[in-house]
Design a binder for this molecule. Structure first.
Ligand code: GLV
Length: 322
């Protein structure tokens, strides 16, 4: 008999087709976002699951699911998993690294450029029928070329963002838990390792692309925003909770920094409505990896992991070790 699995959110139909060759699949093509207790009910008797960040895999859930053997997250971030507890319960966990690096880096640039050059603000103004003449000072923004790009979180995506800056003749400074090897720094447009405060002080454009954990909670709050340049932009591609959104709203309102581009929010999708009252922020609904090819690659990566894990092999992107 094939093992039973749950695909906890809607996916491309061909993904279900691929899974059904190996498993008894329960799908959720209506894309209901399950509550924690609904998720437990759906997972009862299942050997595995494909999840996204809306599914919290924690002690309360695992205590009730003795048959569960593996959960494959369709995301590179896995702050929805309590990996220590999954390890304790012998439940394998995997994520989808690498396949989304370049697409996410492309989007980071799109968001940073839209923020610096006020593209969505200008478009809203145009659509609103306000464009009657050209003026020398309409929508003056900040240059990217020749400026300093500061990156906090210099993993694979951070490095891909840095590499793209060569064409803009930018200086790259970064902060990370650990310094990159010299050859990696050289490949990332000669990125220079500095303290977090130096990144904040010197960056003309700050890019946040570090994983969320209790240790990285509110990496950017009021104190950090206070030492940034008043002309600087901030782009958050990482996770809600990396930035203290209330403090950012105050800083944007008071023009303590020039503008922000945000793809992720605290409590998303219920983000702070005060963002909507600000015109110096570009808001997108967590879509950095959303190219057609990459979302398919992420889904297939999660499937590869689940097939390997439930057949007793080591999943290519295993996060647990026991
Ligand atoms: C998206 O946010 C991901 O972690 O893949």
């Amino acid at each position: 008999m094939k093992p039973a699995i749950l695909v906890a959110r809607a996916v491309f139909p061909e993904v279900l087709h691929r899974l059904s060759a190996h498993f008894e699949v329960e799908s959720n093509q209506d894309d209901v976002v399950f509550t924690p207790s609904e998720l437990i009910e759906k997972l009862r008797g299942k050997a595995g699951a494909i999840t996204t960040s809306s599914a919290r895999i924690n002690r309360e859930l695992l205590q009730q699911l003795p048959n569960l053997k593996m959960v494959a997250n369709m995301a590179v971030g896995y702050d929805n998993f309590d990996v220590a507890v999954m390890t304790e319960f012998g439940v394998k966990a995997s994520n989808t690294p690498d396949v989304l690096n370049e697409t996410t880096a492309d989007f980071g640039w799109a968001l940073m450029m839209a923020t610096a050059r006020r593209i969505t603000e200008a478009e809203h103004w145009l659509r609103d029928g306000q464009w009657h003449k050209w003026r020398y000072d309409y929508f003056l923004g900040a240059d990217l070329h020749g400026s300093t790009l500061g990156i906090i979180g210099m993993g694979r995506i951070g490095q891909a963002i840095a590499r793209r800056s060569t064409g803009f003749n930018m200086r790259v400074i970064y902060h990370n838990r650990s310094r990159l090897a010299p050859e990696q720094e050289a490949f990332a447009n000669n990125a220079q390792y500095v303290s977090k405060d130096e990144v904040l002080r010197q960056a003309d454009h700050l890019m946040l692309i570090l994983p969320y954990s209790p240790a990285s909670h509110h990496t950017i709050g009021a104190a950090e925003l206070a030492i940034m340049k008043p002309t600087a932009t901030l782009t958050n591609l990482a996770r809600g909770g990396i930035v203290d959104d209330k403090a950012l709203i105050v800083a944007l309102r008071n023009k303590q920094i020039a503008a922000a581009g945000l793809d992720v929010f605290e409590n998303e999708p219920k983000f702070d409505p005060d963002f909507l009252g600000l015109n110096n922020v570009v808001l997108t609904p967590h879509i950095a990896s959303a190219s057609e090819a990459t979302r398919r690659a992420m889904a297939n990566c999660a499937v590869d992991n689940l097939i390997a894990g439930l057949s007793g092999a080591t999943p290519p992107n295993l996060l647990t070790s026991f």
